[in-house]
Design a protein around this ligand. Structure first.
Ligand SMILES: CC(C)(COP(=O)(O)OP(=O)(O)OC[C@H]1O[C@@H](n2cnc3c(N)ncnc32)[C@H](O)[C@@H]1OP(=O)(O)O)[C@@H](O)C(=O)NCCC(=O)NCCS
Length: 183
């Protein structure tokens, strides 16, 4: 593999392909304020913001700074969503995922995250994969819990909840953190 722009992962129903500019229109159309409710990024106002995000992601894929992919239906090639694994701290790569609304609830999110976790376990060096989510984001939490991610807790055993800023000044997150250690 030359870099993350040449790595595709195949799962039972999905192809996880490197992000590219051909998905700009779909990403722009699908990532509405509703989808980003529990996310750090803001919903883009203009397609040029999406194109900038994609170009930066391609550059980071080239430099191993992130692995940003588009989730496609294996048979129809329909765009279903995105995930990104970010290597700001290479010991603890951080995962973010978004599925388009039409595709919610079909276990696509879980299959896409499981495909990534499996591939990363076999091919990447890290201490743990890290998945920050909002404590009220039930589908996202269920994905983590179904894949045996461990939640961070305070000394008294309570889930550690941290208020976090987002790119939208009007929106904050009540973050909890899941980790999956390297096998
Ligand atoms: C979070 C997200 C990725 C989940 O993807 P998805 O493909 O819809 O989820 P899945 O179909 O794989 O379902 C995962 C679990 O959540 C449950 N679930 C799905 N939607 C639900 C809902 N609205 N309420 C409660 N549970 C729900 C499913 O039943 C499943 O639970 P199970 O494992 O016990 O059967 C998707 O909702 C999304 O993109 N949301 C917007 C962006 C976002 O919040 N991303 C996460 C930021 S970290």
């Amino acid at each position: 593999m030359e870099n993350f722009n040449t790595l595709t992962i195949e799962t039972e129903r999905l192809l996880l392909v490197p992000i590219s500019i051909q998905y700009a229109q779909e990403i722009f159309k699908e990532f509405t304020p509703e989808i980003t409710t529990y996310m750090f990024p803001k919903s883009p106002k203009h397609i040029t913001e999406t194109e900038k995000f994609i170009q930066e992601s391609i550059d980071k894929n080239t430099n191993w700074k992130n692995y940003q992919i588009a989730i496609l239906d294996k048979i129809t090639q329909e765009f279903l969503g995105c995930w990104g694994l970010h290597f700001k701290n290479p010991e603890a790569p951080e995962l973010g995922i978004r599925i388009k609304k039409w595709a919610f609830g079909k276990k696509i999110g879980r299959e896409a995250v499981a495909g990534l976790a499996d591939r990363a376990q076999n091919n990447l060096e890290f201490k743990y994969l890290y998945y920050p989510v909002d404590k009220d984001n039930i589908p996202s939490r269920k994905i983590a819990e179904s894949l045996w991610w461990i939640i961070e807790r305070d000394a008294d055993g309570e889930e550690r909840v941290q208020t976090k800023d987002t790119l939208d000044p009007n929106r904050k997150l009540n973050g909890v953190e899941y980790k999956i250690p390297k096998k």
